[in-house]
Design a protein around this ligand. Structure first.
Ligand SMILES: *Cc1c(COP(=O)(O)O)cnc(C)c1O
Length: 327
């Protein structure tokens, strides 16, 4: 944002969950006029980006005051993966010049993502999710149009400034001291991921998601993502029944079984928990996580329809993968 925009610029964002909301707050702090689309209340946190809403809004903007459309690819707070190619089509259908900016911090290296093919102008990601590294590095992928826009942007920037970075990157260096230790880790992670092949890595995550959701369905609990076409291959949000505090369930699971689950964030705090199935895990770690959940839910007095652990074991057994792609 600081590289492409100027104070008072207008951007269009879409509220899919907590990370989209945080991006909206960040824009406001930078002095950008951000407009948020999406369903009101917690219901919008069960859906992905509705590209038609973006198209409609852009068509109204005949003066082209909107400078960027900003969407989250994989919404880590809910387990909903939005269709980024559809957002590109919406912008093109509206014949609007806005930049397309995408947060794929949790999507990168776990879910299919195509910066060039989908016509994204600015992609942002980080080291700490699908790349299996500690936090501490973030990445931008840029289109020529984004680099053009950066030449006119007047927001203050120094550490994050692309101009210095692009110039010195040509010779393989950084304008300052990079996180060298993590770069060795990144090189290793890329070798692992590319050694298996990205398509294999993506299929592995889809399969894990299917197995975990088979478990959640067997319990009879609702999945946070209300649109099966947008189920995240990266994590699954599990809604607890009315009156059951999801954080109290998480606490029991953590204290009794030493299994740490993601909390419900923002609007869904206390209403759901998250099971991650990304990066360095395998069928057995997921079965273990599901068994911790199943025991913790029962200890919390939640009535379950059946065994999610059994359902996940059945799914994984019936859908074998070559040993090579386990992890
Ligand atoms: C983890 C995550 C972030 C936050 O990354 P930080 O490095 O903690 O700022 C932002 N967006 C998404 C979608 C994420 O999953």
């Amino acid at each position: 944002m600081v590289n492409t925009l100027s104070a008072g610029d207008h951007v269009l964002m879409y509220e899919t969950g907590h990370f989209a909301s945080l991006w909206f707050k960040l824009a406001a702090r930078l002095g950008i006029k951000a407009e948020l689309l999406g369903l009101p209340g917690a219901e919008g946190w069960r859906q992905g980006v509705d590209a038609h809403k973006i198209e409609e809004r852009l068509k109204q903007d005949t003066s082209h005051s909107i400078k960027a459309v900003c969407v989250v690819h994989n919404e880590t707070s809910t387990g909903v993966t939005s269709d980024i190619a559809a957002v590109r089509r919406a912008i093109d259908n509206a014949k609007h010049p806005a930049l397309l900016m995408v947060d794929t911090i949790s999507g990168l290296a776990s879910a299919d993502y195509r910066h060039d093919e989908w016509g994204v102008d600015v992609t942002v990601s980080g080291s700490q999710k699908g790349l299996m590294l500690p936090p501490g590095m973030s990445f931008n992928a840029l289109s020529p149009k984004a680099i053009e826009a950066s030449k006119k942007s007047t927001l203050p920037k120094s550490f994050w400034a692309w101009d210095e970075m692009l110039e010195i990157n040509k010779s393989g260096y950084y304008p300052y001291t990079p996180n060298t230790n993590l770069m060795y880790g990144l090189s290793e992670a890329c070798d692992m991921i590319l050694g298996q092949g990205l398509d294999v890595v993506f299929k592995r995550h889809v399969r894990w998601g299917e197995g975990v959701r088979a478990g959640v369905r067997a319990w009879g609990l609702p999945i946070q993502c209300a649109d099966p076409a947008l189920y995240s291959p990266i994590l699954t949000g599990v809604m607890t029944p009315e009156g059951v505090d999801a954080d109290a369930v998480r606490k029991i699971i953590y204290e009794r079984f030493d299994c740490s689950l993601g909390t419900g964030l923002g609007k869904v705090k206390g209403k759901m928990f998250r099971i991650g199935h990304l990066g360095d895990c395998n069928d057995l770690t997921l079965i273990a996580a599901l068994s911790a959940c199943e025991m913790g839910l029962k200890l919390s007095g939640v009535q379950l329809n059946g065994s999610g652990v059994q359902a996940a074991m059945d799914y994984f057994s019936a859908n074998p993968v070559p040993a090579l792609i386990q992890n």
